[in-house]
Design a protein around this ligand. Structure first.
Ligand code: NOJ
Ligand code: CA
Length: 704
């Protein structure tokens, strides 16, 4: 330990002794950032937190395609500009009603003398971390260019613990592996689990947001913000030196970025704290995105919904109406002649059952999947025309459902599965969005299951990033909210386009019906996937034995019922599903009450406890009300913790309803064992609360 600290100190001194170094401090003074040019003109940066090194001297730059001179070295500093920024803004929806954006900035203008090319590197130092991006100003010698690789380094100070998923150009739908950095290589193959479509680029390649913990208790998070017109960044680890380097997702032709100056990269972000709660509470990713471009956001509303969904995922019913023929490709659209398979989920009568349930229990919306023709062939990857997003199956009455939902005050949520045929989707998009508006749908869940067309393109390439962005912007022009599944993981773009109310882009509840997920998965996701934006995790499963609803499916939901309730608070999202079947909620009406009561938009959020992989406890205040909701999710070790309700208004009395694991609850053997108790509480109340393995608790605190 002593030795390690000594070397870190030495490296610090050598680095900071560089005469041309530029130094910047965070507003609270805890973070210090240094930029310098090496002797050969290589741009280099480093970061310290409370005088401890976080990022050792790390290189910055690019290799360009068809160009012998890379943007790696030979630079000189032309100009350095600093400024401070402090502003508070109000999100359309969020964890807080107002967000402070406070940083010190350093913009270094560089000239590569040999080529006469300019590059600006802009650094922003927040209290929670460092962000930087590359900017290519308008110039004669660098107009159109192709990136061969971005060479941004993040040099670690040791063999940290990492919460990682394997590098993949197409999916983040993995369980997390917790290991030392030095173990990634040996654990890599085993980490490729489930239905993931592995397109591995390196046996030490991982995805962001990457969560790390150092031996001396620093929490570090590496990610990106404002991923626009650029490829998604992965990280490749040099596990001899513990240096991560950026690894961009290629386009179909292998190019990693087609650029035209003036342009810029996304922000590369490094959050750091000795308190894990600071990582969860940080709004740095949102702050690095542009303010909202939607002038009148009155049509954007947080949504709590149910849907014709889990029954298909579990295998009880089917998306397709018939098994008879792959029809759309053959030009056969007269499904009235096709033989029904008898298991179709999206029938008018079944949908009405969900609408009735939503209306009875106060849900805003009903999602219906499998309503449109094409599903009998939807795994037909490599076919360009599977869905038209317009034609319903014969047993789904679009207008009848529209009128029925309207009469019950419930909104319908559209589903667009593209099956990866992206150009097909773009060709139909205007018509499909218009069809939605004509039939009472204000929100769409889109999906990108399968290989992308054009062939060879990856889900996370620049080309696909542009597609997802196009879909969100076009939807905004129709006043439609978007929840994209299998799209690139979010990077805070919902600040600029708050109609992007959800994304999947990680392993959600569906995997509980595909075999199960690790019980501590939900204690890691807020540190990784949720750093970039809300997730449509689809919580609320009450029946953990999937065979009870679909006899041939022997999957187990690795979670207690109380843990499922807590997810509405711990997995922040303005879009929350109650994913289980209505009949399962009817069996547990007392626990279901929490899902009915919990808010989906917040004026305040307090992270009470947090340790990645172990536990997260959050308290949130409902927007416009003096009601609080608390959620705790727990990993595999049973735990009792004291929680202080000192966040409540002093002098006010509230009624708390505590939905907790029973003493003998266990995610595997006894998941439905919970206790509910009510008590009067105030800001002096302290609660001793127990969480079972894979368990947790949820509390509603209502002002009396
Ligand atoms: C995968 C999505 O994550 C899931 O929610 C959806 O039901 C299926 N694709 C079908 O589109
Ligand atoms: Ca998915």
């Amino acid at each position: 330990m002593m030795k390690y600290t000594f070397y870190a100190f030495l490296a610090c001194v050598v680095f900071f002794a560089n005469a041309s170094a530029q130094e910047l401090r965070s507003p609270n003074g805890k973070l210090t950032f240094v930029f310098s040019l090496q002797k050969d003109g290589t741009p280099t940066y480093g970061l310290t937190y409370k005088n401890k090194m976080v990022i050792k001297p790390s290189h910055l730059g690019f290799e360009l395609e068809k160009d012998s001179v890379s943007l790696l070295n030979g630079f000189q500093v032309m100009e350095v500009k600093t400024r401070s920024f402090d502003e508070t803004w109000k999100p359309v929806w969020g964890e807080l009603s107002s967000i402070r954006n406070h940083y010190n900035e350093l913009a270094v203008s560089l000239l590569q003398t040999k080529t006469n090319r300019q590059l600006v590197i802009r650094f922003r130092l927040f209290d929670e971390g460092l962000a930087f991006r590359y900017e290519f100003p308008t110039q004669k010698n660098l107009i159109y260019f192709t990136i061969k690789e971005e060479r941004t380094q993040f040099a670690m100070t040791g063999d940290h613990t990492a919460f990682w998923i394997p590098g993949d150009y197409d999916t983040q739908e993995y369980d997390y592996t917790t290991s030392k950095l030095s173990e990634i290589r040996s654990l890599f193959k085993g980490a490729v689990t489930g239905n993931a479509s592995q397109t591995s680029f390196s046996p030490t390649g991982v995805q962001t947001a990457l969560m790390l913990k150092t031996a001396d208790g620093l929490y570090i998070n590496l990610h990106e913000a404002a991923l626009i017109n650029y490829a998604c960044m992965h990280l490749n680890l040099d596990d001899k030196n513990m240096v991560f380097e950026s690894w961009l997702t290629p386009n179909a032709n292998g190019d990693k970025g087609n650029m035209q100056a003036p342009c810029q990269t996304p922000w590369r972000t490094i959050m750091v704290s000795d308190d894990a709660r600071d990582i969860l509470a940080s709004k740095m990713t949102l702050n690095l995105n542009e303010p909202s471009k939607i002038k009148d956001p009155s049509w954007i509303k947080p949504v709590k919904y149910v849907g014709v969904w889990w029954e298909m995922i579990a295998g009880k019913s089917s998306w397709s109406y018939t098994n008879e023929f792959p029809s759309v490709q053959l030009g056969i659209t007269d499904y009235s002649k096709a033989k029904p398979n008898g298991t179709h989920g999206a029938t008018t009568s079944n949908v009405k059952k969900y609408i009735d349930f939503a209306a009875k229990h106060g849900f805003d919306g009903v999602l219906v999947e499998g309503w449109n023709i094409g599903w009998e062939d939807w795994f037909g990857n490599g076919k360009d025309y599977v869905f038209d997003f317009l034609t319903p199956y014969p047993d789904f009455d679009v207008k009848g459902i529209r009128d029925y939902a309207r009469s019950k005050g419930v909104k319908m949520i559209m589903h667009h599965e593209t099956s990866g045929a992206v150009r097909n989707y773009e060709r139909h998009m205007d018509q499909a969005y218009r069809f939605m508006k004509d039939n009472g749908y204000d929100a769409v869940k889109s999906g990108y299951v399968g290989n992308i067309l054009p062939r060879g393109d990856y889900h996370y390439s620049q080309w696909m990033v542009n597609h997802y962005q196009y879909a969100v912007e076009k939807a905004a022009s129709y006043r439609i909210m978007v929840n994209a599944h299998e799209a690139v993981r979010p990077t805070g773009i919902c600040r600029t386009y708050p109609n992007l109310i959800g994304n999947e882009s990680a392993r959600g509840t569906e995997y509980q019906a595909f075999g199960g997920s690790k019980p501590n998965h939900v204690t890691i996701l807020p540190f990784t996937r949720l750093i970039g934006g809300p997730m449509d995790y689809t919580p609320g499963i009450f029946e953990m034995d999937v065979s009870k609803i679909s006899p041939n499916n022997h999957s187990h939901v690795n979670s207690t019922l109380a843990n499922q309730l807590a997810l509405y608070v711990t997995m922040y999202s303005p879009l929350q599903m109650a994913a289980d079947l209505p009949e399962n909620y009817d069996r547990f009406p007392d626990a279901f009450q929490f899902i009915k009561d919990v808010a989906v938009d917040w004026s305040d959020s307090k992270y009470l406890e947090a340790e990645p992989g172990e536990y997260i406890t959050v308290a949130r205040k409902a927007k416009g009300k003096d009601n609080w909701f608390v959620g705790n999710v727990n990993g595999t070790n049973p735990r009792t913790a004291k929680i202080s309700l000192d966040f409540l208004d002093k002098g006010s009395t509230y009624e708390a309803t505590i939905y907790a694991d029973a003493k003998d609850a266990h995610y595997k053997t006894n998941p439905q064992a919970y206790d509910i108790r009510k008590m009067k509480v105030n800001s002096n109340t302290q609660l001793d609360l127990f969480s079972a393995p894979g368990g947790g608790y949820a509390i509603s605190i209502i002002r009396k």
